[in-house]
Design a protein around this ligand. Structure first.
Ligand code: GH3
Ligand code: MG
Ligand code: MG
Ligand code: MG
Length: 311
């Protein structure tokens, strides 16, 4: 665990630093309050800080106040260190935002157990953040393919169409469906079908730019959102996606399977008052046409023109 020591007295600082290193902590040192503030504002800030109260310039109390004013996700646990031992001083220190209070001269045993108490709180918070992130991942991602799930990709499309409207740019939607997928399940079993779905998802994801979004819309159907892109570019992207499936075989149970995918493309410019539903409907119709025309192809659809408002 990384610990910040903010202490202006050189001898005390060195002793504290040596003690903490001996106990296995990684130590960051500040010689005054300003340096301490800088260290605690960094994104890789230590989550535990030992602050001397009396320091030139910004004192430990003020550091504690300022840290509490900044809204950070990861908590900074602060221990105030001082020769002031009256109860009113301790109360003032805790009021300022410190979590604990240690009086000088330091008792090494007391320091050690208070650091352990701090670690318990910090570890608890780290676990809670990890659990929340895991729940967030489960709520927005498909368990089989790790792509965005249907609700999440629709949400992304809705946000991107609004952004396109605001910035007067274009947004593209690609609806893609694996061809004759039922036959894979029927011939090689559902497990093999799952492996193909995972491999196909990986290929789609790897083919896209980092800021394009790929979602699993349904069983073997995908919705790809391509921000800031007109229909010519969306068509080019769709063609690349088609190739990434068709150009390399899928190995399964010692067989090399050939898979193909049909894609429907639609795009809209912000100024045309884009509507998410209309965009999906147009991409879906184009996908249907691609299937009708023989599969393994890209078809670009058109959106209905906005109706003039009657006066
Ligand atoms: P088309 O070219 O017209 O799209 O034909 P298709 O066989 O791909 O389409 P159809 O809709 O008839 O069948 C889709 C199949 O996808 C049926 C369903 O069992 C299968 N499927 C859907 N979700 C999953 C899944 O999570 N795992 C597996 N293994 N199969 C799935
Ligand atoms: Mg001091
Ligand atoms: Mg299909
Ligand atoms: Mg389908």
């Amino acid at each position: 665990m990384r610990v910040l020591i903010a202490e202006d007295d050189r001898a005390s600082r060195r002793l504290l630093e040596a003690t903490l290193r001996k106990w296995g902590y990684e130590v960051v040192v500040a010689t005054d309050g300003c340096e301490a503030m800088k260290a605690l504002q960094k994104s890789d800030r230590p989550s535990l800080a030992i602050l001397d109260w009396m320091m030139p310039g910004v004192d430990g109390l003020e550091v504690a106040r300022q840290v509490r004013r900044i809204k950070t996700e990861r908590y900074v646990y602060m221990i105030l260190l001082t020769a002031r031992s009256r109860k009113c001083d301790m109360l003032e220190g805790l009021e300022a935002g410190a979590d604990d209070y240690l009086t000088k001269p330091l008792d090494s045993h007391e320091l050690r157990v208070r650091l352990r108490a701090a670690e318990r709180i910090i570890n608890l918070q780290t676990e809670l953040i990890a659990a929340r992130e895991s729940l967030r991942e489960q709520a927005t991602h498909d368990a089989l393919t790790s792509l965005w799930n249907r609700a999440a990709i629709l949400d992304i499309l809705a946000k991107e169409t609004l952004r396109a409207q605001r910035e007067d740019t274009s947004v593209g939607a690609i609806m893609a469906d694996l061809d004759k997928f039922k036959k894979v399940n029927d011939t090689y079993g559902h497990k093999a079908g799952d492996i193909i779905l995972q491999e196909a998802s990986n290929r789609l994801q790897e083919t896209m730019r980092p800021y394009d979004m790929v979602g699993r819309y349904g069983g073997e159907e995908f919705l790809i959102v391509v921000p800031r892109c007109d229909s010519t570019f969306a068509e080019y992207v769709a063609e690349r996606l088609r190739s990434c499936i068709a150009d390399a075989n899928f190995p399964i149970d010692g067989h090399e399977l050939r898979m193909t995918m049909s894609l429907g493309v639609a795009s809209v410019r912000g100024i045309d008052e884009p509507c998410c539903d209309a965009l999906i409907q147009a991409a879906d119709l184009a996908l249907y046409q691609a299937k009708e025309e023989g599969r393994n192809r890209v078809v670009t659809g058109t959106l209905p023109l906005p109706q003039p408002i009657e006066t």
